[in-house]
Design a protein around this ligand. Structure first.
Ligand SMILES: Nc1ncnc2c1ncn2[C@@H]1O[C@H](COP(=O)(O)OP(=O)(O)O)[C@@H](O)[C@H]1O
Ligand SMILES: [Mg+2]
Length: 328
């Protein structure tokens, strides 16, 4: 017989409309029976599951869930359509993201063997390198809603309140499967009024990390930070994987410009050469420079952009960034 926990999980996932989770628990029950020597029952269960899956046809995306009540102020829901192919990535990072997607796609099978697919990820790297984009690509590829945690809603003057709100979010991860994205999570705990109390900040941050560690849901939990220096080993331990983002190398800058502009630029544009001009710019800044060029062409009702224009837009971006960094 299925354990009490399995029965509860079956009922709950059915009532929540979480089909995937329902199947994965059902498979666990079948595996459990098989281990106990109830081969025939296990076979019958598997056949029932296969039949149900077949009848439900191609996988429907989970219907969009609108956070209600207090959660609405804490989570911004969206349903992104992004794809991994839209991103320019170094091979290590690309393989890591691909692995997360593969493991999620085979989650039912992995869980049926008593293992867990990767789902708690730490994203580290400078601004404009694709951390937020990764959260939306994972949601897009997996057909899951993206829930961006609103730090402004989360962080209050009172530490106890922040912790209670965090707890609400971690209840939601079990109720609605999705990609939960804590952007700039290092700001948690650093609320005004406590800013000088390092001990207090540490405590809120620690309770957040503990909640991540204790989370037993099937949701993906992503935490992103621009500050690599805050990483210590205690932090790594809580996550299934750490993704490191970097500014683009020349090849990657060229790839991004080409992907963005190839439709407008004539043949024979020296992308490599343009990428040299772009050295030091992030993916986000490259994207903005490319969009400026397209915008200008669109306004003038031109179908084409020239290499010189792209060059100028990149130089302008670089000057802008140089000035910004001087000020800071
Ligand atoms: N690796 C990348 N590949 C393609 N486009 C990117 C990449 N990184 C950033 N971008 C572009 O820059 C925009 C902002 O990037 P974002 O993901 O918000 O960066 P981060 O969260 O690391 O600060 C994205 O919406 C996308 O248009
Ligand atoms: Mg971001």
């Amino acid at each position: 017989m299925a354990s009490a926990d399995q029965l509860k999980a079956l009922f709950k996932s059915h009532l929540d409309g979480d089909e995937q989770h329902f199947y994965s628990v059902a498979m666990q029950v079948a595996a459990h029976e098989a281990r106990k020597g109830h081969g025939k029952l296990a076979e019958e269960l598997r056949a029932l599951i296969d039949e149900a899956k077949r009848r439900s046809g191609p996988k429907q995306p989970t219907p969009i869930s609108r956070p209600r009540g207090e959660l609405a102020g804490l989570l911004a829901a969206s349903y992104p359509k992004g794809r991994l192919a839209d991103m320019v990535l170094d091979t290590v990072l690309e393989e890591k993201i691909q692995r997360v997607i593969r493991e999620q796609r085979h989650a039912a099978r992995i869980l049926a063997h008593g293992l867990a697919p990767r789902r708690k990820l730490l994203l580290v790297g400078p601004p404009g390198t694709g951390k937020t984009m990764t959260a939306s690509v994972l949601a897009g590829e997996l057909g899951l809603p993206l829930f961006q945690v609103r730090l402004d809603g989360l962080i209050t003057k009172l530490m106890g309140e922040t912790a209670a709100k965090l707890r609400q979010i971690f209840e939601a991860t079990g109720q609605t499967k999705g990609v939960y994205f804590f952007d700039e999570f290092d700001a948690i705990g650093s609320q005004r009024g406590l800013a000088n109390d390092v001990g207090e900040i540490r405590r809120v941050l620690n309770s957040f990390l503990q909640m991540i560690e204790q989370d037993q849901s099937h949701s993906l939990i992503l935490a992103a930070t621009n500050h690599a220096e805050i990483l210590d080993h205690a932090l790594f331990r809580r996550f299934d994987d750490v993704l490191h983002y970097q500014l683009p190398e020349q090849d990657q800058s060229a790839a991004l410009l080409r992907a963005r502009l190839t439709r407008y630029a004539g043949k024979g544009v020296a992308w490599k050469h343009l990428a040299e001009t772009a050295a030091g710019l992030s993916y986000a800044e490259l994207t903005r420079a490319a969009d400026e060029v397209i915008k200008e062409a669109v306004m003038q009702q031109r179908e084409e952009v020239s290499e010189a224009e792209i060059q100028m837009a990149l130089e302008e971006r670089r000057r802008l960034m140089a000035r910004l960094y001087q000020v800071v």
